[in-house]
Design a protein around this ligand. Structure first.
Ligand code: NAP
Length: 311
């Protein structure tokens, strides 16, 4: 019979890692399950500069989350790399079925995060990996010296556009409105960057090319006018990065946990879900501010309330 843990934490992004640190430090037996790399979405973030106390030069999402992981290890958290495909959460013992094994615990903290929403243009799947990407940190290097386009106007789109200027010949942000959603300080940096251009009030209708991404058809949503963007013949291709928001990783919980209309897990302020003994933390839950600090805070709150059950 497999070990029965006090708590299983699913997902090793900032929420899951913070929960692991708190639960481990409370001397619970903790299993942290992650299918990929630690850090979740911040593992694809080039620079973190708004996490309180973080003043390390050139801090990246990877370096910050790797220190969080070491901190969890310090408090005796057990870890496994496994992909969970089925959960049973309604009973007193919570069961997680993975590719490698089945894991059991008295309590569960779901911190599975979110993933990039598709841009929504024609041929997006065809050119994914052939010019279309959703991770500048991972793929910027492939676009060195090329014209690169970014879809979106939020923090991620503008921050990553700035990062992409280190590699690209020019970066053009295509935004569906005439004002950015990104924080003002990030906007100011982008407006001051001579390598960044903007196309306002426009959406990308289709990605075009022959085998690789060579053009875009964009449409002005105010005038209805369509414009064809084509690769410089000397380059032969362009890049397109999608940063139009995120979708929660909750498919596995449909019909089990209460989700909102966009698929985020509903919780109360103590991170309880609708099922006794099951908590959710971080970007996967319904909330208004999605930042590293709010994810970490959620994880801490969930773990504190789990720990209280053992007093
Ligand atoms: P976001 O804040 O939801 O912004 C998504 C952007 O994409 C918006 O500008 C939105 O336009 C646009 N958009 C949405 N659907 C679209 C569509 N179908 N076609 C074209 N454009 C579309 O998402 P995010 O930038 O990925 O950020 C997610 C969360 O992480 C946010 O809470 C953000 O604050 C946080 N974050 C923070 C930092 C930081 O603090 N440094 C960095 C990255 C992310 P509209 O503006 O018109 O709605």
């Amino acid at each position: 019979m497999e070990k029965l843990y006090d708590v299983i934490i699913l997902g090793a992004g900032p929420a899951g890692l913070a929960a692991a640190i708190y639960a481990g430090r409370s001397k619970l037996s903790v299993l942290l399950i992650e299918k990929g790399v630690d850090g979740g979405q911040i593992s694809a973030t080039d620079s973190i500069e708004n996490y309180p106390g973080q003043m390390i030069e050139d801090e990246t999402g990877v370096s910050l989350s790797s220190r969080m992981g070491l901190q969890a290890d310090k408090f005796g958290v057990e870890r496994v790399r496994d992909s969970i495909h089925k959960v049973e959460l309604e009973q007193d013992i919570k069961v997680f079925e993975g590719d490698k094994a089945v894991y059991r615990a008295r309590y569960a903290i779901i911190a599975t995060g979110a993933h990039p929403r598709p841009i929504g243009c024609e041929n997006e799947e065809t050119y994914r990996g052939q010019g279309i990407s959703y991770c500048a940190t991972c793929d910027a290097n492939f676009f060195t010296g090329l014209d690169v386009y970014v879809a979106g106007g939020g923090d991620a789109a503008v921050e990553e556009a700035i990062y992409l200027t280190r590699f690209a010949k020019k970066v053009t942000i295509i935004h569906r409105r005439d004002q950015l959603r990104a924080a003002k300080i990030i906007q100011e940096r982008a407006f001051a960057n001579p390598k960044i251009d903007f196309i306002w009030d426009s959406i990308i209708e289709s990605a075009n090319g022959k085998g690789i991404l060579q053009g875009l058809t964009i449409k002005n949503v105010k005038t209805g006018q369509r414009t064809e963007i084509e690769a410089d013949p000397a380059d032969g291709m362009i890049g397109l990065f999608g940063f139009v928001g995120n979708q929660p990783n909750t498919v596995m919980f449909q019909g089990i946990l209460e989700l909102d209309e966009r698929g985020y897990i509903k919780t109360d302020e103590e991170m309880h879900t609708n099922i006794e003994g099951v908590f959710a933390a971080g970007d996967v839950r319904q909330k208004s501010v999605r930042q590293v600090i709010t994810a970490a805070a959620d994880g801490a709150i969930a773990a504190v309330h789990v720990s209280e059950k053992f007093i």
